[in-house]
Structure formats: C-alpha cells, structure tokens
Design a protein around this ligand. Structure first.
Ligand code: TYM
Length: 346
C-alpha cells in the first residue's frame, strides 16, 4: 500500500438551471407588443433556463367576458404560444385554471396583501376607469393572483413588458412579507425585461402603449394579421413631419418604428439611421412593414396548422397541467403547513 491518498472522484453537482416563468391573458389575439415585449423572448430563453409559460385565463375573468369567446380565445392563445416558438418538449406550457393551486395560493396571498398597496397599482386605476360599471374585487386583487402564479413555481426571472414591472415589485413585497412571518418559503423573483421593446407603442398614438383592447385596429398589429394589412397599418402609422429617420425622444412615432425594426432585423439604431439617411418616411415604413410581415409569417402558418389539430393541443395542455400541478404542489403544501391549514386527507 502506498501512502497516496485515494479519494473518490468528486462528482460535480450540475448547477441548478434558473427558473423562468411568465403568462399572458387570452383576451384576444396577441399584438406585436405582446410578441416583442414578451413572447418572442420566451422562446429564446428555452435553451438556457427551465421555462414555465401559461395562458392566464383566470386573470381574464376580472373583465366581463363572453364565455364562448373566452373558451375559444384560451385555446387560440395556447396555440399561439406554441406557434410563436414555445416548444412543449423544452418548456412547460399550460392553462392557468387547469391547475387549481393558482387559485388556492392566490387566496392565501390575498390575505397577505394590503389594501393600500393594491390601491396603488396603476393597472387597477386604469382598468377600473375603463370599466367603471364593473370594478369588481378580482380586478382589485389581481396582483395577488399574479404573485401566486409566480411564487408557486419558485421562479427566478419573469420575462415581461414594462407595464408588468409594478406587479413584479408587488410580488416581491408580498413574498418578503410572507417569508418574514413564516420563514423562507418563497424565492424572490426578478422582472426580466428585453433590452429593446419592453414597451411597444400604438401605431396611431405613440404616447400610448400598443394594446390588444385598442378599439382602433390600425393602432395595433395582431400577430395573425396578413402581409397586406401589416403593410397598410405601418404605412399609416402616425409619425412627425421632419422626414428624418433617427431615434430621439421627441420623435416617439419614428423611434417606436425603429425599435420594432431593430428587434426584428437585429440592426442597431445607427445602422438603421445610415440605411435610411436621405430617404423619406415612406421607404422606412414599408421596410418595417415588410420585416414584420416576414417575422410573423411562420407564426401565422404554424397557428393554422395547430388549430387544425385540436387533439394535439389537448394532449399538450393536459400533460402541461399535470406537470404544473405536481411542481406547484411542493410550494403549496409548504405554504398550507406554514399558515396553519390542516393537512389534506387525500
Ligand atoms: P398581458 O396579457 O397584458 O400581456 C402579456 C405580456 O405582454 C407584455 N406587453 C407588452 N410588451 C411590450 N409592449 C407592449 N405594448 C405590451 N403590451 C403587453 C406584457 O408586459 C406581458 O409581459 N398580468 C399579465 C399576465 C400574467 C403574468 C402572470 C405575467 C398573469 N400572471 C405571472 C407574468 C407572471 C398580463 O396581463 O399580461
């Protein structure tokens, strides 16, 4: 025997992949804003993270919905996620209401959310002004349910557009309060905003964000619009009268188009300024329209194919719900114990 030390080779524990989670409401076909601000990035994150994505149908109930339309739009939203590049082999994709843990943790977190902090949410103020005849309790406590969506899965990062950052801040506050009372239960998530395009503006009023619910269809590009309407909408986009393509705060219309063009082509603002130097807005708007139409074409085609195969969609969301339920059970069981609910007998 030698006096050499023989030690078993140390097996390196693979580093934990960070968890990414995000959701989208099924209140109409996604806009180019939803796509650039969120969904486009979701697909790109699948390689490097453990990704969980869902259709937030419970959130849509805060606004009065036609039940048949909601059902149809939920399936369409699910198909759109897959069509836009979310691969169910790589990511967990599901429908929020199929996993009852969201509603259950949502209630527990509501009991840990303060009236004052909920009252400060700008989305609540905006939506309650817009739907003054239906300022329901769900609209008010919406951020608590969103916090539950995120905290159930111990997400590290939440890829969203700028309009959701206040809800993320709220989620962190609720999680910190809960952890302070009951010990470390929730991981504190962070918002993950795209470098460009966290707020895509309306094509008709560049002071407002592009929104699914904008009554003027010319203000938004739906990701299923055909090429002709995409080109038409970009050609009629509201800009300024300077006829000089450059990115400047006092040129919100042109700057918005530059952001869109930059994201879909990968070109920098300087390269775009050079490309259109001395050319009018007409050429630029056509180029943006063509680039966007090209980017969205495969999504439209994938969507048509997926919607023709309902059985496949059902299989994918069923599998997603089962996995999501089992993953989220871990956190919910811990939470139930911490707050003093008697263990379930089944
Ligand atoms: P929703 O359905 O309003 O929007 C989905 C995503 O799209 C982003 N977005 C935009 N990004 C850039 N420019 C725009 N004009 C634009 N409009 C929308 C939103 O920021 C969002 O990321 N409350 C959420 C859904 C939700 C959720 C969650 C998200 C429920 N639970 C948990 C993350 C984590 C919502 O209503 O998104």
């Amino acid at each position: 025997m030698t006096n050499e030390q023989h030690t078993a080779p140390v097996e390196e524990k693979p580093a934990r992949k960070k968890i990414i989670l995000s959701g989208i409401q099924p209140t109409g076909i996604f806009t180019l804003g939803n796509y650039i601000g969120a969904v486009r990035n979701w697909g790109q994150l699948q390689e490097d993270y453990d990704c969980y994505y869902f259709v937030a149908d419970l959130h849509s109930l805060t606004i009065r919905q036609n039940p048949a339309d909601l059902r149809k739009q939920t399936l369409e939203a699910f198909a759109l996620l897959l069509a836009a590049g979310i691969d169910p082999e790589k990511s967990l994709v599901f429908i929020q209401s199929h996993v009852h843990n969201h509603a259950e943790l949502g209630w527990i977190l509501m009991c840990n959310s303060m009236f004052g902090e909920l009252s400060r949410m700008t989305q609540f103020k905006d939506k309650s002004a817009k739907h003054a005849d239906n300022v329901n309790a769900g609209l008010f406590t919406y951020p608590s349910l969103m916090a539950a969506d995120i905290l159930l899965y111990q997400a590290d990062l939440v890829p969203v557009g700028q309009d959701q950052t206040q809800h993320l801040e709220f989620t962190r506050n609720v999680a910190t309060r809960f952890n302070g009372l009951y010990g470390d239960v929730f991981r504190l998530p962070e918002a993950y905003l795209p470098k460009e395009g966290a707020k895509i503006m309306s094509l008709q009023d560049p002071a407002r964000k592009m929104s699914k619910s904008d009554p003027n269809p010319k203000a938004r590009i739906s990701i299923l619009d055909d090429e002709a309407s995409i080109l038409r909408k970009f050609r009629s986009a509201v800009t300024d009268s300077e006829a000089h393509v450059c990115y400047r705060e006092d040129k919100p219309g042109i700057s918005n188009l530059m952001t869109i063009y930059s994201v879909v082509t990968g070109k920098s603002y300087e390269a775009i300024e050079d490309e259109f130097d001395g050319r009018g807005y007409g050429d630029f708007k056509t180029a943006v329209g063509e680039a966007v139409a090209e980017e969205l074409r495969p999504i439209r085609e994938n969507f048509a194919r997926l919607m023709a195969d309902k059985k496949y969609l059902e299989d994918v969301y069923k599998m997603g719900a089962e996995r999501a339920q089992s993953i989220s059970n871990r956190t919910l069981t811990k939470v139930r114990k911490k707050v003093g609910l008697l263990a379930k007998p089944f």
